[in-house]
Design a protein around this ligand. Structure first.
Ligand code: ACM
Length: 509
């Protein structure tokens, strides 16, 4: 079978590349000349190449492989890099170490695919094609969201998930930590959140009806787990964006601490159904104390400049009859529960701003989130347009192009997934996060896009990877490289799947 050379199958594709004849070949004697500030990239190169190649890549002042941070390289931005591969030497340089980390991923892809193996491979020539590459991202926000609330995934899987994101130059790992069906974020002052809120008795077996599997499900992270995740991601140039849902999608928290709800004497279970739950946080002072306590821990654990507060799918029926809601309406002079929803998020968002962080929320309309919030628009491109027009930063996460919980095709043998749609590889590939009709100023507010994987119907890593790949390759390619023709992308992806196979990714065919 014909195997295309690796330079023809890069995903994402570099901005500018010129390949030449000849190779640089790593040997056991190849040493790294590591400039000041470049050590994390040298570590990543060693860590990722060691399992398959066993290359020591020792440091040496006259090493043939040079890694250099040069702050004068401002044209490359925070993530760009330049890579010169000659027969006798390699120069990887960037204005910021993050650019070097991106360059390391390109080097991994340029090597023979065996370099990605997790076990030692002998008899392979670890050759890089000679090249001149200048590469920088099309969009600053290239994310992937994983819902670990509906189905918990252990730390070891999150580390692998991050490794796969890094290979594709994704830079935000959005971790959906809390929801009606489970609370996974440890908060020292509120231990019942994970002790009670981290377990549910059983789960619905389909999207509707009253059939349950009878199998308890649970799990929560420790602070040590999350610290490990954050540092593993940072070592790959990835920010972990935590999401704590409020005021809706909080049934698990209310099962742990019923006094935070609108009916303090009510006993609730951690939700065992899927769908939108109408039990939400109340509006009394204790609720805001709770949010602050949780977020103090969140900002302590996660250095991300952005913190996601959810805000989506929040039925306001419980506030309609609530004395605390009536009191808040009097106090604020606001006229409706919908205004109180915005006010709620504004109060909590202000706490984040005071702590030097930027709140993010899901858009239900594109006009409802408080000023200063970064908006994730998921329902409709018109919401992204409205939010960008109002001056919000926008991450366009339109469900018809970025929700990977939908099936990848309508073939009869596709495993049951989120009902209501198909998101095909071509839908992801052709997706432009800048909504149609955006004026240049509004378009400039669109930071990028990200994949969403809600896990009601994806309980295991196998299912997660089947749903994520190869669609994530398309999202990453468009986000890093910009638009490409289908023929160009499809041809590169055909070769790139050998890399996914080497990494044992149980991808969709
Ligand atoms: C969402 O899909 N509820 C953001």
């Amino acid at each position: 079978m014909f195997t295309p050379p690796p330079q023809h199958t890069l995903v994402p594709r570099p901005t500018k590349s010129r390949f030449k004849s000849g190779h640089f070949t790593f040997t056991a004697d190849t040493c790294l000349r590591v400039g000041k500030g470049a050590e994390p990239a040298a570590d990543l190169l060693r860590t990722t190449l060691a399992p398959a190649t066993g290359l020591p890549l020792k440091p040496a002042a006259d090493g043939a492989f040079v890694l250099a941070v040069d702050s004068a390289l401002t044209g490359l931005g925070g993530e760009g890099y330049g890579l010169t591969i000659g027969r006798d030497s390699v120069l990887l340089r960037a204005g910021d170490v993050t650019g070097l980390l991106r360059g390391v991923q390109t080097i991994r892809q340029l090597l023979p695919v065996e370099a990605l193996s997790t076990t030692p491979r002998h008899g392979v020539s670890w050759a890089l094609p000679c090249a001149e590459i200048t590469d920088l991202p099309h969009r600053p926000w290239r994310g992937a969201m994983l819902d670990v609330a509906r189905h918990f995934q252990p730390l070891r899987y999150l580390l692998r998930y991050v490794d796969l994101l890094a290979l594709h130059k994704i830079n935000v790992f959005h971790l959906h930590l809390t929801d009606d069906q489970g609370w996974r974020m440890p908060v020292a002052a509120l231990p019942k959140l994970t002790e009670i809120g981290g377990r549910r008795l059983q789960s619905m077996t389909g999207p509707t009806g009253d059939r349950f599997d009878g199998v308890p499900h649970g799990g929560a992270y420790t602070r040590t787990d999350l610290a490990r995740l954050v540092s593993h991601a940072a070592a790959r140039g990835i920010t972990v964006l935590p999401e704590i849902e409020m005021p809706g999608h909080t049934r698990a928290a209310l099962a742990a601490y019923p006094h935070l709800g609108n009916h303090p004497d009510r006993v609730l279970d951690v939700w065992t159904r899927w769908g939108v739950c109408d039990t939400i946080l109340g509006l009394h002072d204790e609720v805001f104390d709770f949010c602050r306590t949780v977020l103090e821990e969140v900002v302590d654990v996660f250095p991300s400049p952005y913190i996601h507060l959810g805000g989506d799918e929040c039925p306001l029926t419980e506030w309609a009859g609530s004395p605390a809601a009536s009191a808040r309406l009097r106090e604020t002079g606001l006229s409706s529960s919908a205004h109180l929803h915005r006010w709620f998020l504004g109060q909590v968002g202000a706490f984040l701003f005071r702590n030097g962080r930027q709140p993010v929320g899901w858009a239900e309309t594109g006009t409802e989130l408080p000023d200063g919030f970064t908006v994730m628009a998921w329902r409709d491109p018109a919401h992204a347009l409205a939010a960008a027009g109002r001056g919000h930063e926008v991450i366009n996460s339109y469900h018809r192009a970025t929700y990977f919980d939908y099936a990848q095709s309508d073939a009869g043998d596709e495993p049951a997934g989120q009902p209501g749609g198909v998101v095909g590889l071509r839908d992801v590939h052709g997706y432009d996060p800048v909504p149609e009709g955006a004026a240049p100023e509004a378009a400039a507010h669109v930071l990028g896009t990200q994949a969403q994987l809600w896990t009601e119907y994806a309980a295991t890593p196998d299912r997660i990877e089947y749903l994520t790949y190869p669609r994530l390759c398309a999202l990453a390619d468009g986000s890093w490289s910009g638009p490409s023709t289908w023929a160009d992308f499809a041809a590169r992806l055909r070769g790139h799947t050998a890399r996914l196979d080497a990494l044992k990714v149980g991808r969709h065919p």
